[in-house]
Write a protein that binds this ligand. Sequence first.
Ligand SMILES: [Zn+2]
Ligand SMILES: [Zn+2]
Length: 405
Amino acid sequence: MVTKIKQTWLFPMAVGVAIGLFLAGNLGPQAQAKDAAPRGRKPVAIADGQYPATYFPNTELIGPDEMRITALGTGMPNQTRAAVSISFLVELGNGDKFLFDTGAGMLANLFSLRPDFSKIDKVFTSHLHVDHVGDFMGVHIGGWLSGRFTPLHLYGPNGSSPELGTRAFAEAMTKAYAWDLATRSGALPDAGAQIVVHEFDYKQMNEVVYQKNGVTIRSWPAIHALDGAVSFSLEWNGLKYVFGGDTYPNKWYLEYAKGADVASHECFLPPEALAAYFGWDLVQATWVSTRIHTEPSAFGKVMAALKPRIAVGYHSVQSPENNAAIMDAVRKTYDGPLALARDLMVMNVTKDNIVVRMAVVDEYVLPPDVTQAYKDADRSAAKKTSEFIQAGKWKGYTPPPMPKK
Ligand SMILES: [Zn+2]
Ligand SMILES: [Zn+2]
């Protein structure tokens, strides 16, 4: 599996650039993962940069200077089981976790990692297409059920008019899920029900949208479909990750993604492959692939100009024929370090090395345990059904007595 990935999806190239597949820097044992280890296992520190060939979630301590980036979704709005819609999780050695986009389908991949959900409280959204926000309410409510007892913070752009912005999206979602939120309020920690929206100007140029705990996140405009899409950079501890969202190749990305250790950018299907994949004619496929999105040869041009430590392409379905079409086109314009992302691809990033592997997860993994703080968090009285509904209970069944607390 890993050998195949090394050969097919990962192409460490440029002379002098050390993409140490199984090498890494000094990852001290002092960073204690708070995440729940799989039953019967203890998470271990990575010694001498010797990463296991496969990433099994929560079996490795993240190093104090390490950034771990996991692709939770890399596909299209019309999904496959292997490629759900866009989302990336960034975990830092300081314990912080950040979600970039929450495209439909990413939730099961997030849960399969068994993260400490009290830390999954910050979502950055590049734009409001369903393949980038479709699981936002799933993250909100699923996370609230699974350990988050504080508000969920949503950072996203305004639109060209108020109803097209992130705030309007979050307010509408809260209204749409009024019944769901009402049923859980009281039973779950009160504060976890809240969404705090941090809406910012989509036109801002590399301005700070988040700064805390040594982490700085900036945004700049993207060119995609309508005004109101953005790209982000995250900087921490001398490392820089760039999340492009969806965008046509643009001058701002080339300016503000400079110095990226990991530069992710969409790398859409080339027109012929897109036409075949969607059953479209070549005119429509060419329009979408080369005018709305970034075709692979254009992605390659962007990365050849930017020269990140590693270029990460996403927003396709890496079937063998698609992978060949994408790779052929990228390699016409870019010969640097590259990973075409698949769902559950993991990158461990330090100043010295970037290691790219696949995670292997349990299809039936349990949700993570909640903390004592979650159990102790304030809850108002749980809601009940009306006497009218209560009176409908069948007398032929009596539930067992409630266990003592
Ligand atoms: Zn989009
Ligand atoms: Zn998209």
